[in-house]
Write a protein that binds this ligand. Structure first.
Ligand code: AKB
Length: 320
């Protein structure tokens, strides 16, 4: 039986992925790696929990030995907006953290490493619509630079050491269990919370800003589908485009308004506008569809209904 360590288990994707994997592989076979214990409330009592700082290679080795870890999912990263505030921190966590994970995986001859990439690998000179898998990668953010380097590094470990490293380029991920932390796509989550709580939202990108987005159930599905794909069928390894939906901030607001007619939105773009403007409107994910059968389930309105239902229930219980 495989033993998976999820680093960044308290984060937006890590928290839900850890629970999903525990459902698939058994609670004791999925170890939650968190930076601090209090960040892991949602995972409490569900299975093993360890303090893992991706920058502490020796600490990582100790956890790997203790649990007989044979696969690592590295969700620890500094995202785009936070990265622009602290570029050296982004470089340190995203690059030195990744090298630690890859080196430990190599040393322990692990079965698999999964390292997410992002649409942030693209930049202003990449084609904006239906952005191809193979195209110009000249990102405008430090986060994007680390993600391009991370994809190349992962591919290098596949070729040079025969390590099974995989990754996919997440679009903006929308979810209601754990808030995202410091990305330029965070408005697409905030809007739902503010619509439920206050019936109004001031959006930090303008109405016409269009980005690729994905609902959490599809994010989990794409991640697990790629993890479980037959390695011999993969031509690419660390850089799969995965699309689900693409909408402007105005279209997102219109979708919310269908279910909360009194909802009002205003637009007040800040420094995150430039980051969003440097990313694609939509991506071409035909390779993921061909190589490992990728297919999303949610569109904008089905996601909106589910987000408003889930956040509304928590609001009614006084939990948010
Ligand atoms: C961010 O906004 O930085 C992330 C991403 C698209 O990778 N959500």
């Amino acid at each position: 039986m495989t033993k998976i360590l999820v680093i960044g288990s308290a984060g937006q994707i890590g928290s839900e992925l850890t629970l999903k994997l525990r459902g698939l592989y058994g609670n004791n076979n999925v170890i939650a790696g968190v930076m601090e214990l209090k960040a892991a409330e949602k995972l409490d009592g569900e299975g093993p929990l360890e303090i893992v700082d991706v920058l502490d290679r020796q600490g990582l080795v100790t956890v790997v030995r203790k649990h007989g870890i044979d696969s690592i999912i590295n969700m620890a990263a500094i995202l785009s907006a936070t990265g622009e505030k602290n570029p050296m921190l982004a470089w340190d966590v995203n690059m030195n953290g990744l090298i630690n994970v890859l080196e430990v995986a190599r040393e322990f001859k692990m079965k698999q490493v999964l390292v997410p990439s992002s649409i942030a690998v693209f930049g202003p000179s990449s084609p904006a619509d239906h952005t191809p898998q193979e195209t110009i990668l000249k990102p405008a953010t430090i986060y994007g630079i680390t993600k391009v380097a991370g994809e190349l590094l992962g591919d290098y470990y596949v070729k040079r050491y025969g390590l099974d490293v995989r990754g996919l380029r997440y679009p903006g991920i929308i979810s209601h269990m754990t808030l995202p932390g410091g990305g330029a796509t965070d408005y697409a989550v905030e809007i739902y919370y503010e619509a439920v709580k206050n019936k109004r939202y001031t959006c930090f990108v303008n109405k016409d800003t269009r980005l690729p987005m994905m609902y959490m159930p599809d994010c989990l599905k794409s991640t697990i589908d790629l993890m479980q794909a037959d390695f011999s069928r993969l031509d690419h390894h660390c850089d799969y485009n995965v699309g689900a939906m693409s909408f402007s901030a105005g279209e997102l607001a219109a979708s919310v308004k269908k279910y909360i007619p009194e909802f009002e939105i205003t637009y007040s773009p800040d420094s995150r506008q430039a980051i969003a403007d440097s990313w694609p409107n939509s991506v071409d994910d035909s390779l993921a569809r061909e190589e490992w059968g990728w297919e999303p389930d949610y569109d904008l309105d089905s996601m909106t209904r589910d987000m408003l239902r889930a956040i509304g229930e928590r609001h009614d219980k006084g939990l948010i």
